[in-house]
Each structure stands twice: as C-alpha cells, then as structure tokens.
Design a protein. Structure first.
Length: 242
C-alpha cells in the first residue's frame, strides 16, 4: 500500500509540473499573439509573411536570365544541385555574342608610333588565305602592371616587365567580325608613319603567312611581334565585350 501511495504522489507531482509548463506555454503564446507591429499586424503573423516572402525570393533567384544575347558552355549544373549564395565560383560559363571587339597586343616600345586611324591588315588562323582590313580605333594606354589590388598590406615589389598595351581595331566590313568566334587568334600588321617605303614588304609577308595558315597550326608557330623597318607586326584576338 505504501509503495502504491508513493507512485501516486510521484504521478501527481509530474502532472502538476506538466500543467505548469503548459500554462507557461499558453502565456508565451498569448504574449506573442498580443504583440503587434507598428502597422497593427500581429508580430507572429508578420514574421510568417516575411519568411514566406524570403522563400519566394530565393526560389525566384534559382532562375537565371541572361543580360544579353549569347549561350552557355561547359554546363555541368543539374537539377537539385546546390550552389552558394556568394560569388565564390561560377556555376556556368556564359559566352556573350551581342557585341564583339578585335584587339591587338602592342609592345610598349612601339606605342610612340601608333595613332587612331592607321591602316591595319589581319591574317586569320580560322580563315587561311584571307586578309581582313581595318583601322586603329583607339589604344588603351594602361597595362596590367598599372593596376594594384586593394589588400591593406604594404605593396611587395616584384620583377617589373614591359607588359603590352591593347589597341582596338575597327574592321572595314563590320559583318566579318560577327562571323568570328570569341578567342580566335590572328596576326595583325599596323602600317604606321615610320619607314613607309618598306610597307610593301610587310604586305607581302602577311599574305604569305595567311597562306601558310593552311598548313602550319598555331601550336607550332610562335607569335611574331617585331619591327624590322618594314612596319609593325602584332598578334591579335577577338573578345566578347560586355
């Protein structure tokens, strides 16, 4: 009888404790339901609406829309894969095709001879035997070594190299540029005011190289960027412009 009475007392105490916890939970719920925002909306309801809006926004961000014409390459992303919210690494590669530009690397020693409007001839690796013509549009007078990263530490001087500058070329026939893939490599001859009588030699040489492109791949041929009193000779490439 005594053992049974003890069990009953323990059960009573447990029930009373549970009742106390339940009343505390009711009190907290009443307080939360009684709390309202400045607009008169119940705080708990407002929080639920905010969470719902955030979830809808997160879902909308999973749909990626391109900002211009182009295509995605090297796509390995599949449904169900998780990507980070921060731009730590891209999840796909987007190649923009809305606008392209033809650029030429210019060694610093030749910068003094270049001016906008000078004639340019280009031999294409992708189109052997053909010569494209154009004009120098502008020269970007800044090289990679002229840009410093903000790090909050003292700049560490390294080996200084004469990095090339970049000139932009406008083709006489803009339609030709649209047919060229971004990243296509070619060689350009810029005819400056220096040593004009020898320009004819350079014209012959670039046409010879254009024909040799039929049989010599780029991997076996070093880019020529030299001046030998016959005009300037540079490497060129096509790039997408954002």
């Amino acid at each position: 009888m005594e053992a049974q009475a003890k069990q009953d007392k323990d059960a009573l105490r447990n029930a009373q404790a549970q009742l106390k916890q339940a009343r505390a939970a009711v009190s907290r719920a009443e307080i939360e339901l009684g709390a309202v925002t400045a607009d008169g909306i119940v705080a708990k309801v407002a929080e639920a609406h905010a969470n719902l809006d955030q979830a809808r926004w997160n879902l909308a961000q999973t749909s990626i829309t391109a900002s211009s014409d182009g295509y995605v390459t090297n796509l390995a992303l599949a449904f169900g894969q998780r990507v980070t919210s921060f731009p730590i690494a891209p999840t796909m590669v987007f190649a923009e095709t809305s606008e392209k530009t033809l650029v030429v690397n210019i060694q610093q020693i030749y910068m003094r001879h270049l001016k906008p409007g000078q004639e340019v001839e280009i031999a294409l690796k992708t189109k052997p035997g053909e010569i494209m013509t154009g004009k120098v549009r502008l020269v970007a007078e800044i090289a990679p070594q002229g840009q410093a990263m903000v790090s909050g530490t003292v700049y560490t001087a390294g080996q200084i190299q004469a990095e090339p500058f970049v000139a932009r070329i406008d083709l006489d026939d803009p339609a030709l540029l649209e047919a060229l893939p971004p990243g296509a490599v070619r060689t350009a001859a810029i005819y400056t005011e220096a040593v004009k009588p020898t320009h004819i030699i350079r014209r012959v040489m670039i046409r010879m190289q254009s024909i040799m492109n039929y049989v010599i791949p780029a991997a076996l041929k070093k880019p020529r960027r030299s001046i030998d009193r016959r005009g300037f000779y540079f490497s060129a490439s096509v790039a997408s412009q954002s």
